[in-house]
Ligand binder design. Structure first.
Ligand SMILES: Cc1cc2nc3c(=O)[nH]c(=O)nc-3n(C[C@H](O)[C@H](O)[C@H](O)COP(=O)(O)O)c2cc1C
Length: 148
């Protein structure tokens, strides 16, 4: 199913990818998928996941909810302790989305957060892109170093 990202949301995704693809980091393959494209096989093949979503109506995007609905039980046993990062773009708030995803990821799936969520709240700031890129680099560098 096609996904319609706002230009800012698309830029955040590209910044995460750019950070994860940092040329100083070797041996980490980066795959970028929309939540509608991603599924059980993709998660099983991954050593780490960065989740990025807008907050819509006080919760994660419908696409991200669909991803969890389809993938949860298929990855539950095999991917415990997998490192994950989270970025939330929220025009107004973001707390409901962060609470929900961290609950599903840590209490449900038993994944391990690599850092606090990157919380891109309110009016657009160019610094959001810096933080998104840093999140990508942190994941890739941590996987390269074997610290997660
Ligand atoms: C239908 C709809 C519902 C939204 N609900 C929320 C919300 O509950 N909380 C919030 O912080 N932002 C909400 N927003 C704002 C979005 O988070 C924001 O538009 C999105 O992150 C894209 O950001 P951008 O304007 O920088 O592209 C909503 C936007 C839309 C279109």
């Amino acid at each position: 199913m096609p996904i319609n990202l706002s230009p800012n949301t698309q830029a955040l995704c590209e910044a995460i990818e750019r950070g994860a693809s940092n040329p100083d980091i070797d041996g980490v393959d980066v795959t970028v998928l929309t939540p509608f494209e991603a599924g059980v096989e993709d998660v099983l093949a991954a050593d780490g996941v960065i989740l990025s979503t807008t907050e819509n109506l006080g919760y994660m995007s419908g696409a991200m909810k669909d991803f969890f609905d389809r993938s949860y039980y298929g990855v539950l046993e095999e991917k415990q302790a997998m490192p994950y990062g989270l970025l939330v773009r929220a025009g107004l708030d973001g707390t409901g989305t962060i609470r929900a995803i961290n609950s599903i990821a840590t209490q449900g799936l038993r994944w391990k957060p690599i850092c606090d969520p990157v919380w891109c709240k309110g009016e657009w700031e160019e610094n959001f892109l810096v933080r998104a890129e840093e999140l990508g680099t942190l994941m890739a560098a941590g996987l390269e170093a074997g610290v997660f």
